[in-house]
Design a protein around this ligand. Structure first.
Ligand code: ARG
Length: 485
């Protein structure tokens, strides 16, 4: 067992305790961040005269060599041979930091023992996790942008595809598919804004905080921060090693992304049902039944909806882990990783799959229009018509209510009544009523900003096109500085 802290100990660690304590089974994911952080650290140490140039070069060459060997498969990061059932561990190495340092010493000898000068695993892991999360924030932003691009295309193609809008899942007023999708466009756009906010707030470098109280070496923390593409160093060494707010924020934002995806999936599952038949899913994103040959099930949409729970779970797990921790580092914080990684993987997979599903989905426009025509979705427009003829809205509401009841009893709809029937209920009705309550008119007259009328929608689409012409968070960041992402 290659422990970094053996000096003070006489007895060995209990085998199960070692495995229980070990984190390499999951923090192996931080390998690249660990190498990157170590290279920045020794570069700074050499600039400050704490290491010689030659020592730095040896160490950097050694770290590059380890990375190259891992990439080429010549060196394996241990996965799981702990002997403790269900407990991921790396056997010999406690964590990814021990793995890198032990391999460095094996490779370059005593100089390797200088890597950890002026550093603790507490600020090291704080850095690694922050670098990893930062990368995931950028990747999530890019995936959301891709989804928004697919949504915008569907909106452009369906400006005049009429369908019912619902409240309480009851038909309410007619709208268009473009308008419906526009609502989700706003949600995912806000999700991207959350990524940008989180990025801005988290992009400070904790390295140099040491175990909790800084170090006595003359570190240049600004320099290390700039080498790693951070906006600057963090300002309190205790906070630096014990802050997981940024991760909580990211998990909360991912939970919101999942909540949006899940609602959208729920819509699609309903629209894909035998009763609605508004959409048809591509075979690539549907599955069959082992017993019922006729079935084509929306499993992918259901799974995205279902997986929302585990992302929420990661958020609540970390909030709970952190709530009772005194400053500064406590080993509880090691629990920030497994579920967070799972949440990041889950959200990423869901975004990719959902985007593919949406891109390939077919719309049955005639079914949507037919559905929008019945269910009295034009009742509000009939009332507005009467208002246009001088009837106060409240009275108009009552008249149309009676009209609807009349239709319900006869199993018909407003636009199918004769003028005589209409006039029996109110003498304000005229021939022009029929145009006023046609599906097209009901949608097209809604021209307030944000409404489904196609002229109003076109103005919004222009705004969306300009917004998507801007780069991703990663691209705008690369323009601003040359740091590592
Ligand atoms: N594996 C640890 C973690 O993820 C690394 C930090 C260990 N620090 C310590 N003082 N034991 O948090």
């Amino acid at each position: 067992m290659a422990q970094l802290w053996g000096g003070r100990f006489v007895g060995g660690t209990d085998k199960l305790a070692f495995a229980f304590n070990a984190s390499i089974g999951f923090d192996r994911r931080l390998f690249y961040q660990d190498i990157e952080g170590s290279i920045a650290h020794v570069t700074m140490l050499a600039k400050q005269g704490i290491l010689t140039e030659a020592e730095k070069e040896d160490i950097v060459r050694g770290l590059d060599g380890i990375r190259g060997d891992v990439d080429a498969g010549r060196l394996k990061i241990p996965e799981s041979d702990s002997g403790l059932e269900g407990m991921p561990s790396g056997g010999e190495y406690e964590d990814i930091h021990s793995f890198v340092e032990a391999n460095l010493i094996d490779r370059i000898g005593d100089t390797g023992k200088k890597l950890h000068t002026g550093r603790s695993r507490n600020d090291q892991v704080a850095l690694d996790m922050r670098l990893y999360t930062r990368k995931k924030v950028l990747e999530t932003d890019a995936l959301l942008k891709e989804l928004l691009t697919v949504l915008l295309r569907a909106m452009e193609e369906n400006l005049e595809t009429c369908m019912p809008g619902f409240t309480h899942l009851q038909k309410a007023q007619p709208t268009t598919l473009a308008h419906y999708y526009g609502a989700y466009f706003e949600m995912f756009k806000r999700d991207r804004q959350r990524m940008a906010d989180i990025y801005g707030r988290m992009n400070y470098c904790p390295l140099g905080a040491g175990a909790l109280a800084g170090t006595t070496y003359p570190l240049d923390r600004e320099y290390t921060a700039s080498l790693l593409g951070f906006s600057g160093p963090t300002l309190n060494s205790m906070d630096s090693v014990s802050d997981r707010d940024y991760l909580i924020e990211f998990l909360a934002a991912l939970s919101t992304v999942m909540m949006h995806l899940s609602r959208f999936c729920e819509e699609i599952i309903i629209w894909n049902s035998n009763e609605y038949q508004f959409v048809e899913m591509d075979d690539a994103y549907s599955t069959g039944s082992s017993i019922m040959p006729q079935k084509k099930n929306p499993d992918i949409a259901e799974l995205v909806r279902g997986k929302t729970g585990r992302v929420y779970g990661a958020l609540f797990s970390l909030l709970t882990t952190m709530k009772g921790l005194p400053l500064a580092y406590n080993k509880d914080m090691q629990e920030d990783k497994e579920m967070a990684f799972d949440a990041m993987d889950t959200a990423e997979n869901c975004l990719v799959l959902f985007t593919g599903m949406l891109r390939t989905m077919k719309y049955r426009k005639e079914r949507m229009a037919a559905s929008a025509m019945n269910g009295f979705t034009n009742a509000t427009d009939a009332a507005d018509y009467l208002v246009g003829k001088g009837v106060p809205f409240r009275d108009a509401h009552g008249i149309v209510g009676r009209l609807v009841l009349y239709c319900v009893e006869r199993n018909t709809s407003i636009e199918k009544l004769t003028l005589e029937e209409l006039r029996n209920i109110s003498d304000r009705f005229d021939e022009d009523l029929y145009d006023a309550v046609s599906l097209k008119a009901c949608v097209e007259k809604r021209l307030t900003l944000g409404a489904p009328g196609s002229e109003a929608m076109k103005a919004v689409l222009d705004i969306h096109r300009r917004y998507l012409a801007e780069g991703t968070l990663a691209e705008s960041r690369a323009l601003g500085q040359n740091g590592i992402q």
